[in-house]
Structures are given as C-alpha cells and as structure tokens.
Ligand binder design. Structure first.
Ligand SMILES: NC(=O)c1ccc[n+]([C@@H]2O[C@H](COP(=O)([O-])OP(=O)(O)OC[C@H]3O[C@@H](n4cnc5c(N)ncnc54)[C@H](OP(=O)(O)O)[C@@H]3O)[C@@H](O)[C@H]2O)c1
Length: 338
C-alpha cells in the first residue's frame, strides 16, 4: 500500500469558500485491479467550475459529497499499469481529483499530447479551457472578419484563447480584465486590440470607447457588473456564447439589480443569439480537431498562454479561493510532484 494525500470537501461554503471548507487527509492507495492504472499526480488543474461542485444546488453535474474527494483533472505519471494501453512512465491526463495518487480505470485516462508545448498546457491552452474557447467561438460565436469580439477574464486560459482566436479570424478583440498588470498583458503580450479594466469606475464608458462599432460577439465568462456594460453595446444579431458566470459563483455579483427585463428586451429588439454551453457537448466529436489545429500554434508561440503555478497540494484551497476573485494571473495549476 502506498500512503497518499488528498483534499476532501469538509463542508459546503456559503458565499466565498474558506480554508475550513477543505480538509487534507492521508489515505492508503488500494492495489490496481485488472484494467486499472496507478498514477502519481504531477500537476492539478484548478478551475472555476469546482465552486459549483462544492454546492448542492441543482446543476448540470452532481455535487461533491461532503467528505468526498474534490473533483479535478490532473496530469500524472503512470506508476503501475494493469491496462494494456499504458506502461509505467507514461504521462497521462485524467479526472483523478485533488490527490497525490490515484487508482483509476485506464479507459478514463488520455495520453498527454501537446505537439511539443509544455505538458502543463494540456490543462490550459491545449486542454479543457482552450477547447472551451475554441468550441464556443466555432459553434456559437462564429466571429467574422472585421467584427468586434469582447471577452472578460481575458488574461485567463479561456479568455486569452478567445481573443487570440478572434484575431486569427480577422476580428477585432477587446479584452476585459481586472487591474493594470493583467490589462497590460492582454494588450501588449496577447495582442488584443483594446483592453478595459472592469475594476475602474469608468468601466462602462471605457468599454464603449474601446468598441466604437459596438460588439458582435460577447463571449460571456463572468456576468455580474460586466454584463451591464456590455448589454447596451451589443449590435443587432450579436452572438453571446454563455460560457461562465464566475462573478455569480459565490452567490453574489448581481443580486442588487434585476436585469432580466433589460436583457430580454435587448434579445428581442436586437435579435441577439444567447446560447449557453458546457464544453463536453462538443468534446467527444471535436477535441482532436482542436488539438490538431491549435497545438502547433501554441507550441510555436503563435498562440500565447500564461500559467500561474502554485507549489504543493496543501496550497490548492487557498489558490482556488483566490481565483474566484481574480487572484490568479493565467491558468491556475498546482504542482504536486516534479
Ligand atoms: N462552459 C464551459 O464548459 C466552461 C469550461 C471552462 C471554463 N468555463 C468558464 O469560463 C470562465 C473563465 O474560466 P477560466 O478557467 O479561464 O478562469 P480564469 O480566467 O483563470 O479565472 C477566473 C477569472 O475571472 C475573473 N473574475 C472573477 N470575478 C470577476 C468579476 N466579478 N467580474 C469580472 N471578472 C471576474 C478574474 O479575472 P480578472 O482579475 O481579470 O477579473 C479571474 O481571474 C469561468 O466562468 C468558467 O467557469 C466554462
């Protein structure tokens, strides 16, 4: 038996999660059975959707039970294999949770493929977040040359990919980010055409100035106050892929105003397409196509990414809590072993 460490959900948070909602515990790793693989985690991905799993409110996915392992995807090294597809030393990606080790069915693992980019990109630019950006734009946003595409959380793994793909499609990319440092990165390093700080008191007027022709595609990552600034700028027939609402995940962000009448009027009067999606809807049929198209561009540096790597499984809760209010700068990853 190997002694391993994992992080469990100790209790359900009300509002912003706190350190005491998580519990680190040791456990004995069982032996792998036929078809299973034992893995040692190298990098754990921390993502906003995990806030939803901590709550038992009705959602598209089941909650983590209190006392259960926090869900998540990690890159791991195969230690032992009783599955014909893997041998020790293979580097794989799978939903092994917030844990230093796991025993998992080999069929649920995927070999890491990054076209030569760092392995960590398989959790960010070339993983679920990058695919989310790509599929939301390809199937819903569909930016055309000369159009304006706006996206918030623009320095993060989804938003940074959205803006760069918009540019590749010949559109104008307008980023929304929190604070001067993130804004400078979005404009100067990612190459967006304009960027607006949502923490500024002048946010709505700054956004209007940054979008002189209005907005044709608003890739919705945050909701909250940002939506108030975006709504008046949406052009007739604008598309709004609704990808995430991180400003609301802690149960705050928009409770003070009822924006439904204004939103519904705009949808009607400007013939808006507002379409929610979860990336799994497209992943089975299109992930390989995404990887083939974007993998070489990330590996060559044409499509850029930034990672925020925190050391140590024990530091995952704090890093995750910070991400929900913008404490991360780039794709948030926890290095568990090297
Ligand atoms: N539908 C799907 O299948 C799917 C898949 C993956 C991700 N998502 C969603 O996509 C969004 C982005 O995910 P990500 O992994 O790329 O996250 P991320 O950008 O790494 O982290 C979240 C960011 O949201 C911003 N934020 C937090 N509170 C905000 C607020 N009140 N107003 C404006 N911005 C705020 C912060 O950036 P600033 O400091 O710049 O404000 C923060 O860094 C999330 O909503 C996530 O749930 C959806």
């Amino acid at each position: 038996m190997t002694s391993a460490r994992r992080i469990a959900l100790a209790s359900r948070p009300t509002g912003q999660p706190a350190r005491e909602n998580f519990r680190i515990e040791e456990f004995d790793l069982p032996e792998a059975q036929e078809g299973q693989v034992t893995v040692r985690a190298l990098y754990l991905s921390l993502d906003p959707y995990m806030r939803g799993r901590m709550s038992d409110a009705k959602s598209y996915a089941a909650p983590v039970p209190v006392g259960g392992l926090m869900e998540g995807e990690a890159i791991s090294e195969v230690v032992k294999s009783r599955h014909t597809g893997f041998v020790p030393g293979d580097v794989v990606r799978g939903r092994t949770g917030w844990s230093s080790h796991a025993v998992i069915d080999g069929d649920q693992l995927r070999r890491v493929e990054t076209h030569g980019a760092p392995v960590t990109t398989s959790l960010g630019a070339l993983g679920m977040p990058g695919f989310t950006a790509w599929s939301g734009l390809k199937f819903i946003g569909q930016p055309k040359s000369g159009e304006t595409v706006a996206v918030a959380a623009a320095s993060g793994p989804v938003g940074s990919m959205v803006g760069q793909l918009a540019k590749l499609a010949g559109a104008r990319a307008v980023g929304i980010a929190g604070g001067a440092e993130k804004c400078a990165y979005v404009k100067d390093e990612l190459g967006f055409d304009a960027v607006v700080d949502h923490r500024s008191e002048k946010f709505a007027s700054d956004l209007k100035t940054a979008c002189p022709e209005g907005i044709d595609v608003y890739f919705e990552n945050v909701g909250g106050e940002v939506w108030n600034g975006v709504l008046p700028l949406l052009n007739p027939f604008a598309r709004v892929p609704v990808c995430g609402l991180v400003a609301h995940y802690n149960g705050s962000g928009s409770a003070d105003t009822d924006r439904l009448p204004a939103t519904m009027s705009a949808i009607l009067q400007r013939s808006l397409l507002v379409r929610g999606f979860i990336q799994t809807e497209f992943a089975a049929d299109h992930f390989d196509e995404f990887l083939k198209e974007i993998g070489p561009r990330v590996a060559s540096g044409e499509v850029r990414f930034r990672e925020d790597i925190v050391e140590g499984l024990e530091n995952a809760p704090e890093a995750f809590i910070g991400m929900l209010t913008g404490g991360n700068f780039g794709k948030l990853i926890v290095k568990i072993a090297g």
